[in-house]
Write a protein that binds this ligand. Structure first.
Ligand code: CP
Ligand code: NVA
Length: 307
């Protein structure tokens, strides 16, 4: 948060109590959803600009519908259609957008650009995914875990696959929500040491290994994501390195029998996860997708001081 605006940029910028407040607010908003009529609500008259430099299905639609369900309106923009695509600076774009709209949600690969936007905007800025993090996703994932299994505190979550933006936000969440995180990646794609050390310094219990079976053994939740994220080169070597980290029936057998399977989607069936697991009884991937809507309504309400 800067002096004037309530930004939602990364989970690291929040205290544990504030994040819990947003999550519980989101759950409350979800539980009263049926009584809400579109066009009415706490954000009536507010406009959210949504800027996408990369494609999106869930983030785009859930923010759009969420804003409408809170009574507000949205503008859907892409960098290529704006003067951003012709070299107008991020800082000037932030200053101009702030004169027109009440909040900005942006998906942009460069995390530095996200920060520059937030520093120069006088309205709240929300991180809709950068190359470094995806905090809205993890708020939805935490909500999904707790709906199915109760408090995540004291539970364990195993990540298997590539080290990417979604994993980074899981790492950021670990010390805030007090769960153990066990990460299995190929050595060549291991998470940055500083990311892990910062979370450990904040009190998180984090195991890093290159053995997916060690990470998953007895865990309460198995999480994976695509092998090639937006902005990555789709090289054959990546696929070869990541093949042993696929979530399949053999790997899931090592987890707690009640373990949930999560994936932020879009999934690449037959690569990072088999259809048997995606469509199996432990999978909550579509609840996760739906909870993007509810979690982000909590985040939006918080940004506008309406939670
Ligand atoms: N999980 C997620 O952010 O999906 P989209 O890329 O479709 O927004
Ligand atoms: N790690 C993926 C997440 C997509 C929602 C990516 O950055 O492409």
């Amino acid at each position: 948060m800067n002096g004037t605006s309530r930004h939602f940029l990364d989970l690291t910028e929040f205290g544990a109590e504030e994040l819990r407040h947003i999550l519980e607010g989101a759950k409350r908003i979800k539980s009263t959803r049926n009584g809400v009529r579109r066009g009415e609500g706490p954000l009536a008259g507010k406009v959210l600009a949504m800027v996408f430099e990369q494609p999106s299905t869930r983030t785009r639609i859930s923010f759009d519908v969420g804003m409408r369900e809170l009574g507000g309106e949205t503008l859907m923009l892409t960098g290529a259609e704006m003067q951003l695509g012709r070299g107008e600076t991020i800082a000037d774009t932030a200053r101009v957008l702030s004169r027109f709209v009440d909040a900005i949600m942006i998906r942009i690969l460069s995390h530095d650009d996200l920060n520059e936007l937030a520093e120069n905007a006088t309205v709240p800025v929300i991180n809709g995914l950068t190359k470094l993090s995806h905090p809205c996703q993890i708020m939805a994932d935490l909500m999904t875990f707790e709906e199915h299994r109760g408090s995540i505190a004291g539970k364990s979550v195993a990540w298997t696959g590539d080290s990417n933006n979604v994993l980074a936000s899981w790492v950021h969440a670990a010390p805030k929500f007090d769960f153990e995180l066990r990460i299995a990646t190929p050595k060549e794609l291991a998470p940055p040491t500083a990311l892990i050390e910062q979370a450990r310094a904040a009190g998180a219990s984090i195991v890093v290994t290159d053995d997916p079976y060690e990470a998953v053994k007895g865990t309460d939740c198995v999480v994976t994501d695509c092998w090639v994220s937006m902005g990555d080169d789709d090289e054959a070597s990546r696929h070869n390195l990541l093949a042993p980290y696929q979530v399949n029936a053999r790997l899931m057998q090592e987890a707690n029998p009640q373990a949930l399977f999560m994936h932020c989607l879009p999934a690449h069936r037959g690569e990072e996860v088999t259809s048997e697991i995606m469509d199996g009884p432990n999978s909550v991937v579509f609840d996760e997708a739906e909870n993007r809507l509810h979690a982000q309504k909590g985040i939006l309400a918080w940004c506008f001081g309406a939670l």
